[in-house]
Design a binder for this molecule. Structure first.
Ligand SMILES: C[C@@H](O)[C@H](N)C(=O)O
Ligand SMILES: C[C@@H](O)[C@H](N)C(=O)O
Lengths: 157, 157
């Protein structure tokens, strides 16, 4: 019987950075990521949702070791763009479930979020692809999150 | 010479839905996606960023044909959760660049955002994985977006 979810991964080395309240207009995302690229910062996830105003936040994750430099760059970019600020957290973890064809199984995300929710773990950010669902949580919750997901998806067998 | 970006794809059949201002606490994401799974709705992208308050928005994309049912479900869930509302847009398009090993080339996202920004196209939402960078834009901008990205990444050759 083929598994929909083949495994769960946990990245404790992840840090989150967010540039807050940038003008929501063409060319802004380009400026943010050009400045990071020029500093040779490897970006893992980029997450931007929509907002109900003319400003937006752009969040992304990097290796923890890069966070100090990222904060410095983002504060410069924020000043240049007239953004509202920069937020960051080194103490996050990225929990991901992976599996081929997950996207055609509507219950998979609900099951993962259910494992975390039932364990009392808050999901701070969510990003998905066809083969991966990633949740950003607090590092302190990572161990319990892994156990909860292993159990919910019967990954121990 | 190996290309970092192997292609660009455009999904015009995408629609966006967002449940707005849900309590940012454990168990909420589970309730949202369980209700969608029970209706057998296939979810493409899920995007949730962080917010500076105790509420959050959860955005996701579905096939356009599913949007009416999704809105109905989301309004029920929003009422049950005491959420602030539901937003949706059928007239969005998902533009994605794909390529193996994109994530280790810091300039790739900046280049894609630059192609769109220089074409005056607003990026409404962003979601990434190791092999794909996806931007949600207005459907009306899709043709120009494809051309701009083809040109910037020299994909016509
Ligand atoms: C916020 C940022 O993504 C902006 N909408 C842009 O297109 O660059
Ligand atoms: C907003 C929603 O994702 C919530 N934080 C949860 O964990 O379910």
């Amino acid at each position: 019987k083929k598994r929909v979810v083949s495994g769960v991964a946990c990245d404790l080395n992840t840090a989150k950075a967010v540039i807050l309240g940038v003008p929501d207009e063409p060319g802004v995302a380009q400026q943010v990521f050009l400045s990071l690229a020029q500093a040779n910062i490897n970006i893992d996830m980029i997450i931007q949702s929509m907002m109900r105003r003319d400003r937006n936040d752009i969040a992304f994750t990097v290796a923890e070791a890069d966070l100090p430099q990222v904060i410095e760059i983002m504060e410069r970019v924020a000043a240049k763009l007239g953004a509202e600020g920069v937020a960051h957290d080194a103490k996050v973890a990225k929990i991901s479930i992976v599996g081929a064809g997950m996207i055609s199984h509507p219950g998979t995300a609900a099951t993962m979020f259910g494992a975390l929710g039932d364990a009392g773990i808050n999901i701070e950010m969510i990003s998905t692809s066809e083969i991966k669902i990633s949740c950003l949580i607090q590092e302190a919750d990572a161990k319990r999150a892994l156990e909860a997901i292993h159990e919910r998806f019967h990954l121990d067998a």
